[in-house]
Design a protein around this ligand. Structure first.
Ligand code: GH3
Ligand code: MG
Ligand code: MG
Length: 333
C-alpha cells in the first residue's frame, strides 16, 4: 500500500534493514514495507545488523523497540558512527514511547520515531520523505567530490594543477620537518616548445603536452605527485627521495622523453626536456617556496648548459656543476 506522487515516488530498489528480535513481529513490520516497494532484510539484533551493514550499505534502517529506550540510545549513536559520512536514515519503531524518550532518541542520532499502531500510508510517506532527504544528501556528496576533483586537476593534461601541487607540497614539507625525512622537488620544462607550435600548430602542441603528461605519469613512481605547473612546465613532488634518487628519476624521465616519438596520425616529432632537482636537507630549504626556487634555479642551470639535461641544486652531478650559492660547496668532493 503506498501513495505515489512527485514527493513520494516508489523507489523500487530501496533496501531497508530491519532489526526485530521476534520473527513474528519482523514479518508483521516487513509486510507493509515490502508492499510500498522496499526490499527488506531482517536482523535479530544490533550485532547482526552491523554484520549486514559491513556487507552492504542499506538505504534506510528500522529498529523495532519493545521496551523503554535506555541502553539502546548509545547503540543508535554508534550505528550512525560506523556509517561515517554516509547518510542512512535510522527509524525507531516503538511499541511505547514517552515524549522525553522520543526527544532523547532524536538527539542520539535517530531520524524518525514511529509509535505503533500507525497507518501503513503514514509509514510509507515518512520513509519516503527520509529517502528524499537522503537522495539530496547523496547528490551533494557526489557533487562535492566532483568539484574537489575538478579543482585539483589540469583539464589540458589530466595531471594535478599548480594549486594542488602547492597544497600537497605544504603537507609533505610539514611531514619532513617533523620526521627529518628526505623530500625532493623536480621542475621540468620542455625545450624549444615554441617550435613545436610554430611547426605543427597549437593543436599538435596540445596533443604533445597530453602525451607527455602520460609519459611522465608512467615513468614516475606511484608515490610521486606529478603536476602541470603551467604552460609547458611540470613539477614533481618526490617524497622520501634523496637528491641522488631524484637525479636518477630525472635522468630516467629525460631519456624516456627523448626516446618517445610524438605522433598524432598527421604530424610526428621528438622533443627533449630539461630538469632541475632540489632536496630539502641538501638545499637547506626553509620553506616550500624556497625549495621550488632551488629546483627552478637548477632547471635554469640545465637550460643554460645546453638543454636536454638535468641539474641538481647544491651538489655535484655528472651534468650539474655546483652552484656559487650552494651552502654545501666547501664540503663537496
Ligand atoms: P625553452 O627551451 O627556453 O624553454 O624554449 P621554449 O620555446 O619552450 O620556451 P618559451 O617560453 O619561449 O615558449 C613556451 C611555449 O609554450 C610558448 C607557448 O605558446 C607554449 N605553450 C604553453 N602552454 C601551451 C599549451 O597549453 N598548448 C600549446 N600548444 N602551447 C603551449
Ligand atoms: Mg617554459
Ligand atoms: Mg620551454
Amino acid at each position: 500500500m503506498s501513495v505515489e506522487s512527485p514527493y513520494c515516488p516508489m523507489v523500487p530498489a530501496a533496501i531497508a534493514f530491519l532489526v526485530s528480535a521476534d520473527a513474528k513481529d519482523a514479518a508483521e513490520l516487513a509486510a507493509p514495507l515490502e508492499a510500498s516497494g522496499f526490499r527488506v532484510r531482517v536482523s535479530k539484533d544490533f550485532t547482526q545488523l552491523r554484520e549486514a551493514i559491513r556487507e552492504h550499505t542499506p538505504d534506510i534502517m528500522l529498529v523495532h523497540s519493545k521496551k523503554a529506550f535506555g541502553a539502546e540510545l548509545a547503540l543508535y549513536t554508534s550505528l550512525k558512527a560506523i556509517l561515517e559520512n554516509k547518510f542512512v536514515p535510522l527509524v525507531v519503531i516503538a511499541e511505547t514511547c514517552s515524549e522525553e524518550e522520543e526527544a532523547m532518541a532524536l538527539s542520539a542520532g535517530v531520524d524518525e520515531v514511529l509509535i505503533r499502531p500507525y497507518h501503513p500510508l503514514v509509514l510509507s510517506a515518512r520513509l519516503h520523505s527520509l529517502l528524499r532527504i537522503k537522495a539530496l544528501h547523496d547528490e551533494l556528496v557526489d557533487a562535492n567530490a566532483r568539484l574537489q576533483q575538478i579543482s585539483r586537476v589540469d583539464p589540458g593534461t589530466g595531471l594535478y594543477n599548480r594549486r594542488h601541487f602547492f597544497e600537497r607540497l605544504e603537507e609533505e614539507f610539514e611531514r619532513v620537518k617533523r620526521h627529518r625525512d628526505y623530500l625532493a622537488v623536480m621542475m621540468m620544462d620542455v625545450d624549444h616548445f615554441k617550435e613545436v607550435n610554430d611547426t605543427h600548430g597549437h593543436l599538435f602542441g596540445d596533443f604533445v603536452l597530453r602525451r607527455l603528461a602520460a609519459v611522465l605519469q608512467n615513468t614516475s613512481r606511484r608515490i610521486d605527485i606529478v603536476a602541470r605547473y603551467g604552460g609547458e612546465e611540470f613539477a614533481f613532488i618526490l617524497p622520501a627521495t634523496t637528491i641522488w634518487a631524484g637525479a636518477s628519476l630525472a635522468e630516467r624521465i629525460r631519456r624516456t622523453v627523448a626516446d618517445t616519438v610524438f605522433e598524432d596520425g598527421e604530424a610526428k616529432m621528438k622533443i627533449t626536456v630539461s630538469l632541475g632537482v632540489a632536496e630539502v636537507q641538501q638545499g637547506l630549504a626553509t620553506s616550500v617556496d624556497n625549495l621550488v626556487m632551488y629546483a627552478d634555479k637548477a632547471l635554469l642551470k640545465a637550460k643554460s648548459l645546453g638543454r636536454n639535461r638535468l641539474a641538481v641544486y647544491g651538489v655535484y652531478d655528472r651534468k650539474a656543476p655546483i652552484f656559487e650559492d650552494d651552502p654545501t660547496a666547501s664540503t663537496a668532493p
